[in-house]
Design a protein around this ligand. Structure first.
Ligand SMILES: NC(=O)c1ccc[n+]([C@@H]2O[C@H](COP(=O)([O-])OP(=O)(O)OC[C@H]3O[C@@H](n4cnc5c(N)ncnc54)[C@H](OP(=O)(O)O)[C@@H]3O)[C@@H](O)[C@H]2O)c1
Length: 236
């Protein structure tokens, strides 16, 4: 723990933390001595719950389905009066990644657009006043969200949804009258999770500690950046 953290307990709110990268984010912040509020959408036991044995009171598990506006409102009310240093919206889905836009099921496409682009922004808009001045608001984007880097196609609907997230975040950033918080879109790399699959080159441990390092190193910088796990700018 750094001397700053010894002076003031820092709090991270990780949205979509039941498993995969979100659960690893919660675990990483706990390892670094932070208070962690982390959300799951179901009522079943998840890998996040396994962290509670060692984390005790430093891990608070909240319920939130980001696609349900009343859930977002209820979480905002429950967190009234709390001060968040890092809000990290990680939840996301991938549906029919192998299909082209023309082949894709309309409902699946819409679900990705809602869960990956619209709902994260609703969460950020609802919770941003809880984020301390000088704090960080991050959303889990993807390298696939880069329009400029899309030379080889694939994951067409998912790519579109992450590009939409990036665009909505830019609009949000443009609306901040005086930017007091760091805004980040993070590309974690292609990682072995339920979504990333077994062929992904990176283990979670190759990605998430570096992602947290990037968030830490960017804290205090104003304006919106789209960064990979190495802290490098991803072309929009
Ligand atoms: N893995 C990769 O290679 C990779 C690369 C780039 C970006 N990403 C992004 O990183 C994030 C995490 O991916 P992952 O690989 O860890 O995927 P994952 O293993 O499939 O986990 C997805 C997480 O999102 C949650 N979630 C989905 N829909 C939700 C909703 N409506 N409300 C609340 N939570 C919801 C899931 O909760 P449940 O357990 O309830 O389903 C789960 O915790 C996603 O945004 C993904 O797009 C991943």
């Amino acid at each position: 723990m750094t001397s700053n953290e010894q002076q003031k307990q820092q709090t991270a709110l990780i949205v979509g933390a039941s498993r995969g990268l979100g659960c690893a984010l919660a675990e990483e912040y706990l390892k670094r001595g932070w208070q962690v509020i982390a959300t799951v959408r179901g009522s079943t036991h998840t890998p996040l719950h396994d962290l509670q044995a060692s984390a005790g009171d430093r891990l608070e598990i909240e319920r939130l389905d980001i696609d349900v506006p009343s859930d977002i409102k209820a979480l905002r009310q429950r967190l009234e009066g709390r001060s968040i240093d890092v809000l990290f919206v990680n939840a996301g889905i991938s549906i029919e990644p192998d299909k082209t836009a023309a082949e894709m099921d309309t409902e699946g496409f819409l679900r990705m657009m809602v869960t990956n682009a619209l709902s994260p922004m609703r969460v950020i808009e609802a919770l941003d006043t809880l984020v301390a001045p000088g704090g960080v608001i991050a959303a889990m984007s993807s390298g696939l969200g880069s329009v400029a880097n899309n030379q080889d196609g694939g994951w067409e609907g998912y790519r579109a949804s992450k590009a939409a997230l990036n665009t909505l975040m830019r609009s949000y950033a443009a609306r901040q009258p005086v930017p007091t918080r760091t805004l980040l879109l993070i590309a974690p790399g292609w990682v072995r999770t339920d979504m990333g699959g077994d062929a992904a080159p990176l283990d979670i441990s190759d990605s998430i500690p570096r992602v947290v390092d990037v968030v830490t190193s960017q804290t205090g910088c104003s304006g919106l950046q789209y960064l990979n796990r190495l802290g490098e700018t991803v072309p929009w």
